[in-house]
Design a protein. Structure first.
Length: 123
């Protein structure tokens, strides 16, 4: 059973920020290959001060955490680290819309990590 472990250190966020990302209307998802050989999923949440006051930023991160609890273990790839970045609309959009955006972003990220059959045929 995979556990979801939350990033706490800045260096982890910076490492993931240099890899792939997908931006949707309600959030941004960044992903990078994990450095550890563990089956656990490593996740980070962030909201910049451009989002609004502390109440709005905290609400946005709470909503992202709730969506991740429902979606990530189903759609996430093993050995991949994810960072979810809140946007202005994260706190106010409907939960189902945020969930759809999250699933869409995870699927787009997964395409970058899975080698396609065409690339394998060239080898």
């Amino acid at each position: 059973m995979t556990k979801v472990i939350v990033f706490k250190k800045r260096k982890d966020f910076l490492r993931v920020a240099q890899a792939f990302y997908v931006a949707t209307h309600n959030m941004v998802l960044q992903a990078a290959p994990s450095l550890l050989d563990s089956d656990d999923l490593f996740v980070g949440y962030t909201a910049t001060k451009k989002i609004g006051n502390a109440v709005c930023r905290n609400r946005s991160k709470r909503r992202l955490r709730a969506v991740v609890r429902e979606v990530l273990t189903t759609y996430a790839l093993p050995h991949t680290d994810y960072v979810f970045i809140a946007r202005n609309s994260t706190a106010t959009c409907s939960f189902s819309e945020l969930k759809k955006d999250t699933i869409y972003a995870i699927k787009r990220i997964n395409k970058n990590f899975l080698p396609s059959s065409e690339e394998e045929a060239d080898c």
